[in-house]
Design a protein around this ligand. Sequence first.
Ligand code: DAH
Length: 408
Amino acid sequence: MPPRLLLAGPICCRPGEARNLSSFDVFYLSIMPTTDGSHDKTLAALGVTRPEQLAFLFAEIRARFDSESGAVRDETAFKQFRDAWLGRKSGVLAGITDNWLKPATPELKRAVGAGLNELRAHVDAQIESRRVVIESGAEETALAKERVDLSLPGVVRPIGSRHLIRQVFQEIEDIFVSIGFSVVEGPEIETPYYNFEALNIPEFHPVRDDMDTFYLELPKSGPGPLLLRTHTSPVQIRTMEKQKPPVRVIVPGKVYRRDNPDATHSFMFHQIEGLAVDTDITFCDFTGTIEYFVKQYFGPSVKTRFRPSYFPFTEPSVEFDVSCIFCGGSGAGPGGATCGKCKGSGWIELFGAGMVDPAVYGFVNYDAKKVSGFAFGMGMDRLAMLKYGIDDIQVFFQNDVRFLKQFP
Ligand code: DAH
């Protein structure tokens, strides 16, 4: 039982000095046991000799009673509680009567009697009101209300969804993975060698003008210039450097160009690069693969065509078109007008592609006489806009929930 301090006489003085301090005869500290079980001891055994000490004892007993009373919730507990306090032989009140009141010195008797009466009135009243509550079942109802029903649904917090661009990446990756391609990634910060030279774009080549980009500000003493990649094509080189043919990869990722933002341009956008190199890949494998992809992505009714084009890293190079998904290829818009999406041509330009230029193999130590392959680079944002009828690329980057929510 932890000792308790009680104010009972002068402190800070040795016994001999107490005489001089007799007017402070209230501040002595003596150690008292707690009242828990104190009703089984006499006041003398508890060290109580003066009436003032009794108030403390009774207050403690009463506090103990109140806290026990608050914990009584059902009939069994109520009976135990009632007997513990009012029981004729071993109840706390009987103990106080027998051990405190009866043997009390005449000096203390009146105060003990008064304290006991007050305590008894409190105990009686409380026990009676507790009995009414328990018997009416009110307590149980209150308890039932308080009970936590774990089967109730919790607080529903809105869960976000993957961004449409990420969803379209996944869609396209799944199509290519299903025909044997694997997905690889590369750095967004590149060297001019990977972004240009190794792709057969020497310095001062005019196509560099289309790919004006962001160079990083680096200390002059550093290893050389670095730039934000303008396309995912450098990962073709990085992949071929690392592995021998056969190679079948697609490369999703972000790319950067010094373009002013408008409905179809953004300084950061997304591409998916594709590369297949093996010993006997032909132009037919190339067109077959692309056609398969386009039909999987837009649906079986779209038609495809390719037109001659130019990229330094493919030869021949082509531009792939699909029949316009808005007018079904007719070129006619609503009400006899021309289709605004394909400008009446019935075709929509999709992406650039071609057979890998043999010069590129020279940069990665592939034998251009033995291997052949094709490559393509698609603008992801454009593919998503066409399929989902979005006419402004900027909405992808504004993170407006009203837009994002439409693609859960
Ligand atoms: N890298 C080109 C661009 O961003 C797109 C491209 C065209 C990639 C032809 C290719 C390709 O792999 O064969 O404009």
